[in-house]
Design a protein around this ligand. Structure first.
Ligand code: NCD
Length: 315
């Protein structure tokens, strides 16, 4: 199957449009069934994924790996900087120039903004951005969008409240921009002023004709939401703990708050890992979708690999 994503690098949500997303999501539905029915797939037999995670990860690293394995491929990986030649002073470009001969597709996570793009400029095999510093996380945005659809059965006419460290959180950067492909989304960004959504993203959203509200009134922001997308303080992106300690824990969701302030059918999402943003008592609420969201990451990434590698799954 040739899709418009075949042989493409996946660097930013800017690359997607409605038709790409619809194709990807219908493939995602298929993947979910294969996985749930334990049907063995060999479509990626003979293919190798180069999984390069130079920054901490559990979900992304393991779901990319499992997605490839469930499709019959094999995975070669390097984790962290310490055990890679980058610690000896090798440039990213040299690393990619070497690794591309060892695999058919590269997944790259790195702490620096723009690294995936840099890698794509020297790579003959597709590079998939699994997070570049405070930049983007396009595959997370795809699985987030898929989860919103799965939970709400609609993608238009929703109020989406994003909460937390919106300045440094790459997942909200990507998701907010991906949601601009939908109709009639009302965006509420709830954060302390100093970690509000970057101005460039806010004006991008406004230029698409959407309503955007910036606030630090957490309770009011969650009361309007159809979907709350909570994020953690990105501690690793601050020089000193004192830079975030003043607002750490201010925007914590509890069962009591949700029952008191939110719509009865509110959906609560989080890219995970959580720290103190969502109390454990929220987990049992029917709208707590974050573990289902993480599970969806596997199916979306299976669909993405098939699309990027131009593979069809029959039956
Ligand atoms: C996110 C990330 O790495 O940006 N995690 C993830 O991929 N699910 C969110 C985070 O680390 O806070």
């Amino acid at each position: 199957m040739s899709s418009s994503l075949t042989n493409q690098h996946i660097l930013s949500v800017d690359q997607f449009n409605q038709s790409i997303i619809q194709d990807l999501f219908s493939l995602t539905e298929q993947m979910k069934l294969y996985k749930q029915n334990k049907q063995i797939r060999t479509v990626l037999n003979g293919y190798v994924l180069g999984n390069l995670f130079f920054e901490a990860s559990t979900r992304s690293r393991m779901s990319f790996t499992s997605a490839f394995l469930y499709l019959g491929g094999q995975v070669n990986h390097t984790t962290g900087v310490t055990f890679s030649s980058i610690s000896k002073g090798e440039t990213l470009e040299d690393t990619i120039n070497v690794i591309q001969s060892y695999c058919d597709v590269i997944v790259l996570r790195h702490s620096e903004l723009g690294t995936a793009k840099k890698a794509s400029q020297v790579s003959r095999v597709p590079v998939i951005n699994a997070g570049d510093g405070i930049g983007e996380h396009p595959t997370q945005a795809l699985l987030d969008l898929y989860t919103i659809f799965d939970e709400k059965k609609q993608l238009d006419n929703l109020t989406i409240t994003m909460v937390g460290d919106l300045k440094h959180g790459r997942t909200v950067h990507s998701l907010a921009r991906l949601l601009c492909l939908q109709k009639n989304i009302r965006f509420i960004f709830a954060a302390p002023q100093i970690v509000q959504m970057p101005e460039a993203i806010v004006s991008d959203i406004k230029s698409h004709g959407f309503q955007v509200e910036l606030t630090d009134d957490f309770n009011a922001a969650i009361s309007e939401a159809d979907v709350i997308y909570s994020t953690r303080i990105q501690r690793e992106r601050y020089e000193n703990p004192s830079d975030y300690e003043t607002f750490d824990g201010l925007f914590t969701l509890t069962k009591e708050k949700i029952n008191h302030y939110c719509k009865p059918d509110v959906t609560v999402m989080h890219p995970l890992p959580r720290t103190n943003e969502i109390k454990l008592d929220v987990d049992a609420l029917p709208g707590a979708a974050y573990f289902r969201q993480a599970a969806n990451g596997l199916y979306v990434r299976m669909a993405l690999f098939c699309s990027v590698l131009g593979k069809e799954i029959n039956g």
